[in-house]
Design a protein around this ligand. Structure first.
Ligand code: GDP
Length: 484
């Protein structure tokens, strides 16, 4: 009976969405990516560019002057936090600091007044939905039992480099008796150590991507709740826990996680999206080495699975996404010389193709771009001995260190990013990408420097244009057709 009510509720909502759309064309644009991929910066730059007349030569409706105005309006969903655009923008422009990253879902409504190609004046409403990519990677859990998930998580934690980070959690796990009485304190400790392990795998040095359950890393507003307090036990994959045991308690909470966390997200948010951009920090994965890259590929496969239409019976119509365009974007391209931007794009394309396998997207168009939503560097030729090297120039964040230097956050440096290999197999080979910098030991770790946002000179009310790389191409693919 509750299923019938649920179906009716969803149908009613779909009808409301539909009629809204009839009278007021609206698209829901999902912005996702793993933590620190660049979601917050992307949305801030997108909204700023559209509402303040950014330089977007490839975004046709804007370049030809057909967009009259874009403005923010109150968002439709009362239960979702608002994306704090104004605060993020002030931090970026006035303080020249990067704003706080995405930790929860948030939303922002942008209304665009434009002229159709035939001359008629129209309005397009864009609801931007920002959510952690970690949450998408929870989808496979719906098909798994607690025991299957526990076995898989344990197996994964035995592989390098994960096993080096799992020691403390494994040691605690060895003290637990699954068939012993349920025990809140032991469960709390297990969950804490397991989460710590996941977090360390995520660290820039290892840059692992595939670390479910997603809320353990990105709890949103659920931090500390019982549905997030469980961990894998060493139990047989097909086993049944006796009542009242630690095992039974873990299994109950795993099921609660699926019911109160995973399903509602896919039902209430994901299934309503029309367009999706998936931001990928591929450069950090390259820098961390081949294991990180393999992990990123698995994570991309997991993310692509969520978009696959006509899936197994479990994922019924409630979850069926209506997304018809998906853009994968490699972010922070401003860390590379422009000669490597096409290469970065080609590598991401190969990664996505490999991850996609024989996937069918039933009409969803997939594209790939390398971009920098806010460009923090500029390019220069720097004389080194007899050579003039193509380099990038930026201001490292205060406290960043390199080769014994500690940067003060004010001084610019030139770095030599080297060329990105064109061949994915080459990058997959241990150290291929690092090797490029290693040949230039003196400058090698400049590659890893984080730069401050750019200085925007002579700001006036209409002169806060943020520099970017290929943000306009992303916009053209994501919403260009809706502004014809
Ligand atoms: P989120 O976790 O996906 O919301 O990630 P953010 O948008 O907060 O980005 C994480 C960090 O990546 C920022 O604090 C910046 O240091 C860096 N970053 C993001 N976008 C860019 C970019 O376009 N250029 C540069 N140089 N750094 C960026």
């Amino acid at each position: 009976f509750s299923n019938i009510i649920e179906e009716a509720r969803l149908s009613a909502r779909a009808l409301i969405d539909y009629s809204d759309n009839l009278f007021n064309p609206t698209i829901r644009l999902g912005v996702t990516g793993l933590s620190r991929a660049g979601k917050t910066i992307f949305i801030t730059a997108l909204v700023h560019g559209l509402s303040r007349g950014g330089r977007f030569p490839i975004f046709e409706s804007m370049a030809t002057g057909r967009i009259a105005k874009a403005r923010l309006e109150p968002q439709p969903d009362d239960a979702v936090p608002r994306f704090d655009y104004e605060h993020h923008l002030r931090t970026l422009i006035d303080d020249r600091n990067w704003p706080h990253s995405t930790v929860d879902i948030s939303e922002l409504r942008l209304v665009v007044d434009y002229q159709r190609k035939n001359g008629a004046n129209r309005t397009l409403t864009i609801d931007i939905v920002d959510y952690p990519g970690e949450w998408l990677l929870d989808l496979p859990l719906l098909n798994q039992s607690y025991e299957q998930w526990a076995a898989e998580s344990l197996k994964l934690s035995m592989q390098d480099p994960r096993v080096r980070l799992a020691g403390e959690w494994h040691a605690h796990l060895a003290t637990l008796s699954p068939k012993g009485r349920e025990n809140e304190q032991a469960t709390l400790t297990a969950a804490k150590l397991f989460t710590k392990y996941l977090r360390e795998c995520r660290d820039e040095q290892f840059a692992m991507s595939l670390l479910p359950p997603g809320r353990f890393l990105m709890p949103g507003n659920l931090a500390g709740s019982p549905a997030l307090t469980f961990a894998p036990l060493d139990v047989p994959a097909g086993g049944e826990p006796p009542d009242g045991t630690l095992w039974a308690m873990m299994r109950r909470r795993f099921e609660a996680y699926k019911d109160v966390v995973v399903r509602p997200f896919f039902r209430d948010h994901f299934s309503r999206l029309d367009r999706q951009i998936v931001l990928v920090d591929a450069l950090t994965a390259f820098n961390a080495g081949p294991e990180a890259l393999h992990d990123l590929e698995s994570a991309l496969a997991g993310i692509l699975d969520c978009f696959r239409i006509g899936r197994s019976s479990l994922l019924n119509s409630m979850f069926r996404p209506k997304i018809d365009r998906i853009l994968f974007a490699a972010t922070k391209a401003d860390h590379l010389h422009h000669a490597s931007h096409d290469r970065l794009e080609a590598i991401l394309r190969r990664l996505v193709e490999r991850a996609a396998g024989r996937a069918e997207y039933a009409g969803a168009a997939v594209d790939v771009v390398a971009l920098s939503a806010v460009r923090a560097t500029r390019e220069a030729q720097v004389q080194r001995g007899h050579d003039r090297l193509p380099s990038i120039v930026g201001t490292p964040i205060a406290g960043e260190t390199s080769g014994g230097d500690i940067f003060d956050g004010e001084t610019e440096v030139a770095t030599f990013p080297g060329d990105l290999p064109t061949n994915l197999e080459e990058i997959f080979k241990a150290g291929a990408f690092r090797g490029l910098a290693a040949g230039d030991a003196e400058y090698a770790d400049y590659r890893f420097l984080r730069f401050r946002p750019p200085h925007i000179a002579d700001r006036g009310p209409d002169d806060t244009i943020l520099p970017h790389i290929r943000l306009d191409r992303a916009l053209q693919f994501l919403i260009g057709d809706k502004l014809q």
